[in-house]
Design a protein around this ligand. Sequence first.
Ligand code: 13P
Length: 246
Amino acid sequence: MRRKLVVGNWKMHGSRPANAELLAALLAGRPYRADVAVCVPSIYLNETAATLAGSDLRWGAQDVSAHEQGAYTGEISAAMLAECGCRYTLVGHSERRACHAETDALVAAKAQAALARGVTPIVCVGETLAERDAGQTEAVVKRQLSAVITRLAHCAAEMVVAYEPVWAIGTGRTASPEQALAVHAVLRAQLQAATGHGAAMTILYGGSVKPDNAATLFAQADIDGGLIGGASLKAADFIAICRAAH
Ligand code: 13P
């Protein structure tokens, strides 16, 4: 039985007082039956680590450099994330693919850089509405995942995958459980074929997950939890979503 995982992606939101309040509420909301993590803006990683250290809540980053170190102004290496105690880093979020022109190859390199430092990459894949309407959903997510599987080779089973249909992110338009499940099944089959460990791997769903739809989504056989954007900023909503995962 796979353990459920719920990850909050704060994106570029937060402030010291707001973060302190949110993290205190998440700590007070324990215990959760699922594993719970927050991926915070990197400037807040140290404070998050200090607040959550010693608890069973986990933390991570939203991006990582593909490079080990060097003249890469503004970038943050996997070793630095590891130093901050990051358990996870997102890679290939659709906002980075779209706004920062991240290619499948770069996403794969970032996933590899993270794993090399013991930070679990949460690899985000997902189709746009145009791609879905053109019947390309399966081809797109398989292509995105394939690049990472190839690059990670024998370590591929160590990543977490998040299916986030771009049209469902921040739109209030959630994929139906059937739509999500269909893609999760495709991804799991691909992971199983490539690694032999697909049945044990964690595949999250992300895209307008809210307290009122979380339980139904998480009850689907191949959905192992969620990657939560907007609702992860509201303590009561995020706690309710975490409690819906078990
Ligand atoms: P929303 O939950 O706000 O739709 O965002 C999803 C997301 O992008 C999480 O990474």
